[in-house]
Ligand binder design. Structure first.
Ligand SMILES: O=C(O)CCC(=O)C(=O)O
Length: 290
């Protein structure tokens, strides 16, 4: 017997994301973002894209490490860090502005699945690059990160800023993975402690007695998976005492209608329009080199 197709069947067959107007996220993922201040996404990148990024990442770190390994050091300073590191001699190597080194990273930041996901999360089509960086925690002595908000590093008016944390390896609490305080983005701006190292760089983090890393929730992720989180979310990461490096690539983005409240954290390609438009961009000859 031929079944007649009912209107309800058709409606049910329209995917939930089409119904909700979302381009990449499910409604549940969008709700997770709203409630928790972060969301984990799979299938943003293909296995081929992740393999290409992984190989380029290693080539870049090996080459720059041979040139000037001390220049890559990014470990935080201070007694709270020493305590969290259990007095071990820890290290983390960092390279910023990876799109200035290789087109592989330029393609990653322009990935259309990623920008669809960001459009869903940020509720805007107009998305600007803030900066990119990679943190490599070497085996056995990979440094942890104290719990912090990213806000004090680059404060903005509307708090649209979010981080795209791309896992280049399978990552858990055993090998230096990320941990978060879910929902803490709703607490707004929290008081931070500030430490300055010998190079005059500032590190901001919240009171480790009030927000210990032991009370945070580990966010385990497989190679290629992406965590997107608000710059107000309390987060940190664990020591890497495993036998393998922990590699991540991070992209920080903001809405084009937001603006910095401090003249700080300038970086190459900042304000590059990743999607949509930046209508506040000035177009005069006098400002053409800014
Ligand atoms: O590399 C990590 O594990 C954490 C980095 C981080 O939290 C940050 O850069 O804000």
């Amino acid at each position: 017997m031929i079944k007649r197709v009912q209107f309800n069947d058709i409606v049910e067959n329209i995917s939930s994301s089409t119904m909700s107007g979302l381009k990449f996220l499910s409604s549940a993922q969008k709700e997770c973002w709203r409630e928790n201040g972060y969301v984990k996404l799979t299938n943003v990148f293909t296995p081929e894209e992740i393999l290409e990024m992984s190989m380029e990442y290693d080539e870049l770190f090996e080459r720059k490490g041979r040139e000037n390994i001390e220049g890559l050091e990014a470990v935080w300073a201070g007694n709270d860090m020493k305590k969290l590191s259990e007095n071990r001699d820890v290290t983390v190597k960092s390279i910023h502005g990876l799109q200035m080194h290789s087109a592989v990273f330029t393609r990653i930041i322009m990935n259309s699945n990623l920008l669809d996901a960001l459009e869903d999360i940020m509720d805007t089509k107009d998305i600007l690059l803030h900066h990119t960086k990679a943190h490599l925690k070497p085996p056995e002595k990979g440094a942890p990160y104290l719990i912090h908000q990213d806000y004090p590093y680059f404060p903005h008016k509307k708090h649209t800023m979010c981080a795209v944390f791309i896992h280049v390896d399978d990552i858990t609490s055993e090998n230096g993975g990320l941990c978060v305080y879910p929902g803490s983005h709703k607490l707004g701006l929290l008081p931070s402690r500030m430490k300055i190292n010998e190079e005059n760089e500032k590190f901001y983090y919240v009171d480790p007695d009030r927000y210990p890393i032991s009370a945070a929730v580990p966010v385990n992720a497989k190679k290629g998976e992406v965590i997107i989180f608000s710059y107000l979310l309390l987060h940190g990461s664990y020591l890497n005492l495993s036998n393998n490096p922990r590699r991540m690539f991070l992209i920080q983005v903001r809405g084009a209608d937001d603006e910095p409240t401090e003249d700080t954290h300038k970086s190459p390609c900042q304000n590059l329009v990743l999607r949509g438009r930046n209508i506040s961009r000035i177009a005069t000859m006098a400002t053409r080199f800014e």
